[in-house]
Design a protein around this ligand. Structure first.
Ligand code: AHM
Ligand code: MG
Length: 334
């Protein structure tokens, strides 16, 4: 029988091989992975579990919270509070950071997450996911919001779970990107996509084209060229996909290449893009770079940006290196 590597085995081997994966970080990743299993189980129940629809509340960004947004947030908080590996958590669904309650031991890590990404797809049975990022706290028991405001290059682990036709966990600890599929019978994550790579070139792009009239000129220039296909400057055809769940769109990019874009636009200069830097863009940028791709905000490498606020937004261009470099160059030339 072919040997199957589970997430636990992979992490232990990684700990032995690189010496860069401390035991408490390994345990923290396992707890997050376990929480994702529970979220995936709730997602799969849908209307039968009474989990669809709105929760009747708004989050800090003024977005209507779905019941599953709230449930997923609670699952992640509860699962991670007592393990002793964390100093604090931060979530898309919480305005302030969530310190570890004093009855539990404190650890040295900070966990950030978007508990359920792709909220608009929850009720229509389209892939959604959980995104997470792990940093080290420089301040131990005195952790504050300021402790979280570190550039993405400081991440020690990042990943996502995608709840789609299969439930998958895609993870980096800074030594490449590995994909695990949930074996529902055994309840374990099995390594199925080792060392995922993003090809440098692609013929596929992802952007919400309904915003085209609001784009800045470099984005319009780039997308117009893609749309002109073989008849235009590029001399070849490009295909478009937009799932509207970042997790699912980025999973496609990590699987077969592509460029994913959520640009800033002319509507609101105070809003540089829609996606959140610390728990959406940074973890996805870390994964993409680890898989050989690139990630910028049009001007800067995303992981070099030092955040000023926990819920800061950023423009995102990520995926196949040559396309990300091209659209970034168009911003330089503008
Ligand atoms: P969410 O975290 O509230 O779900 O919002 C983020 C999502 C991303 O998953 C996705 O790429 C984007 O919003 C889709 O936006 P739009 O509805 O503008 O296409
Ligand atoms: Mg999100």
């Amino acid at each position: 029988m072919q040997r199957r590597t589970t997430l636990t085995q992979y992490l232990i081997e990684q700990q032995r091989k690189t010496q860069k994966l401390p035991a408490d970080l390994r345990l923290l990743i396992e707890v997050v992975a376990r929480a994702c299993k529970v979220i995936g189980y709730n997602v799969s129940k849908g209307a039968l579990g009474g989990v669809l629809g709105s929760a009747g509340s708004e989050n800090v960004q003024g977005e209507v919270q779905k019941k599953l947004d709230v449930i997923s947030n609670e699952i992640l908080l509860e699962a991670n509070e007592w393990g002793g590996n964390l100093a604090a958590m931060a979530s898309e669904e919480l305005e302030e950071i969530h310190p570890i309650p004093s009855e539990y031991p404190q650890g040295e890590y900070l966990l950030l997450f978007d508990p359920l990404d792709g909220s608009s797809n929850i009720d229509v049975n389209v892939s959604i996911g959980t995104i997470f990022s792990v940093l080290r706290s420089p301040d131990g028991v005195n952790t504050t919001t300021q402790s979280f405001l570190q550039a993405g290059t400081r991440q020690v682990a990042a990943g996502y779970a995608v709840y789609g036709p299969q439930t998958m966990l895609v993870l980096t600890t800074g030594d490449g990107v590995n994909g695990f599929t949930l074996d529902r019978e055994l309840g374990s994550w099995v390594l199925t996509q080792p060392q995922m790579r993003v090809p440098e070139d692609t013929h596929e792009y992802a952007i919400n084209a309904s915003n085209a009239r609001h784009w800045h000129p470099p984005v319009t220039r780039y997308v117009n060229e893609l749309q002109a296909g073989a008849d235009g400057a590029r001399g070849e055809d490009f295909n478009m996909r937009w799932i509207a769940s970042m997790v699912a769109d980025v999973h496609r990019v990590l699987t077969r290449g592509g460029i994913f874009m959520y640009p800033a636009d002319k509507r609101d200069p105070s809003k540089p893009g829609k996606l959140r830097l610390m728990y959406e863009a940074n973890p996805m940028a870390f994964l993409t770079e680890q898989a050989g791709g690139a990630a910028t905000d049009g001007k800067r490498r995303i992981m070099d940006i030092v955040p000023e606020r926990l819920h800061e937004r950023v423009a995102v261009f990520l995926g196949s290196k040559n396309e990300v470099e091209r659209v970034t160059r168009y911003h330089d030339e503008a």
